[in-house]
Ligand binder design. Structure first.
Ligand SMILES: Nc1nc2c(ncn2[C@@H]2O[C@H](COP(=O)(O)OP(=O)(O)OP(=O)(O)O)[C@@H](O)[C@H]2O)c(=O)[nH]1
Ligand SMILES: [Mg+2]
Ligand SMILES: [Zn+2]
Length: 291
């Protein structure tokens, strides 16, 4: 049996990459019954039925499954923001980090448009995230700064680029892999909803090995899948302090003798991070009330 990776799904066809070749496959009837039973990113076994044609026989076990976009076997999320235009919002960075953490994926933070930025102004932001342990890469698709470093992080892995519209995700992918020709542009120039953005996720092969997934930008993050006690786990800096809280049920809000609040007061946890935590905690509480 031959094996490959589903890089794209279109109508009832699945495009399976094996080595440098892409095989156009159909699936056996039994896969069609279950929704999402076969996803982009899945490793599959197929039998050849002709020149570059085949039938998918089996899905191999998944390492992970990301819900937005719906992709199997993703290894990491590259949380991509522009330093300016649109200006970086650390509150929004934190929200994207929580979503990525809750999917259990590795995370790289990319701050793009370095050519427009005042590096001294970025320094306090990068210091916070590097202090937590997140790799932070500063890039510019204009000057090429950081693009090699970013490429090094993508080798032989499946990486999803996520972040707000206009951050430069598609531009970065074009810089990383010449020939991709992904559509880029100012938000206002992108006329019509979904006109240029791919509606379905696709794995874009990197010639050095590995795949990247471009996603349409979004800023509306919601946390309906996360419970109050879980939330702090998705803030590694808070989670590190939580075992020292007096109460094991502490959600680091109004509770007495809370080590997280104590560490924030002492500056060992960045105030901005704790504030982001409280904002999201409040939203999770509001959501719960709605049901
Ligand atoms: N100055 C500067 N502009 C950049 C850089 N990277 C991208 N841009 C510009 O920023 C705009 C948005 O870039 P895109 O790559 O379309 O952004 P995106 O994140 O893919 O946006 P969505 O697809 O809407 O989510 C375009 O006009 C790019 O030319 C950069 O490093 N520096
Ligand atoms: Mg884009
Ligand atoms: Zn606490």
């Amino acid at each position: 049996m031959l094996t490959g990776v589903v890089i794209k799904a279109y109508s009832s066809y699945y495009y399976v990459q094996t080595g440098r070749k892409v095989i156009t496959c159909q699936v056996r009837g039994r896969f069609k019954k279950e929704r999402f039973s076969l996803l982009v990113g899945d490793e599959v076994e197929y039998s050849a039925t002709g020149d570059d044609k085949g039938v998918i026989e089996q899905i191999l076990p998944r390492r992970s499954m990301l819900k937005r976009p719906m992709v199997a076997n993703v290894d990491q999320v590259v949380v991509t923001f522009a330093a300016v235009n649109p200006d970086i919002s650390t509150a929004l960075v934190d929200r994207f980090l929580v979503l990525a953490e809750s999917s259990g994926l590795d995370i790289v933070i990319c701050i793009n448009k370095l050519d427009l930025a005042d590096i001294a102004e970025l320094e306090p932001i990068t210091a916070v995230y590097r202090g937590i342990g997140y790799p932070v890469i500063l890039t510019s698709t204009r000057s090429g700064a950081g693009v090699e470093e970013l490429a090094g992080r993508l080798y032989n892995r499946i990486s999803v680029f996520a972040g707000p519209s206009g951050a430069g995700k598609s531009s970065l992918l074009n810089a990383l892999q010449p020939g991709l020709a992904l559509v880029t542009g100012e938000v206002s120039e992108k006329i019509g909803r979904g006109k240029h953005t791919t509606r379905y996720a696709e794995l874009l092969p990197l010639s050095g090995g590995g795949f990247v997934v471009d996603t349409p930008g979004f800023s509306l993050t919601e946390f309906s899948d996360i419970t109050e006690p879980e939330l702090a786990y998705f803030f590694p800096d808070l989670a590190a302090m939580a075992p020292e809280c007096k109460f094991s049920t502490c959600v680091h809000n109004k509770e007495p003798q809370c080590a997280v609040k104590h560490a924030t007061a002492e500056g060992r946890i960045a105030r901005q991070r704790y504030d982001s935590y409280l904002d999201i905690l409040g939203e999770i509480r509001e959501n719960k009330k709605g049901f």
